[in-house]
Design a protein around this ligand. Sequence first.
Ligand code: SF4
Length: 205
Amino acid sequence: MNIETINKLKENFKLRNIEVQYFETLEDVKSYILNMIPIECTVGIGHSATLGKMDITDSLLKRGNIVYDKELGKDKEECKSLKKKALLSDWYITGSNGVSLDGRIVNVDHSGNRVAAINYGPDHVIIVVGKNKVVATIDEAIKRVKNIACPQNAKRAGFNPPCVTLNRCVDCVSKERVCNSLSIIEGQSDKNRMKLYIVNEECGF
Ligand code: SF4
């Protein structure tokens, strides 16, 4: 990722009260996050392939944080309970499906827990994305989310909406639709709440 793009992202998101930081590797961003979040704080995890690769849940648990990550649930009810607790955690860490150079963050969600927590609830939200998620405009971000992120995430989660076979969105109403919520973050009222950490690696879908 070139320095002009990084600076542009920083400038455009700063205008919207979102702090951008750039990291060379996922390991770098993981260490930074672990240093920043106090051990006595609760942490909610919005599941993403990027966070899975970082293995942040395990590291937080091992050092003593209480972590609400649906992946820790033993059954459907426990997963649901963890998703609800994450909504009121002190910190929330998640990925994103698309980030535009002009300063927007786009996410889709199956049940809506992740976009709900990003929108409101936790006082601190960290969004970690690989360079592959950054596109020029909001329109491109939405296209990316629907045509690249959704088919791959659906496949990973074991759902089979039409985009899995077609590799493009046909605006379905399938019972297996994975994009029931589409969220565009355009800014924050609290300038200390949201941080966007961009990594110079290909991460997630
Ligand atoms: S609307 Fe249907 S086809 Fe389009 S991205 Fe969502 S699940 Fe896939």
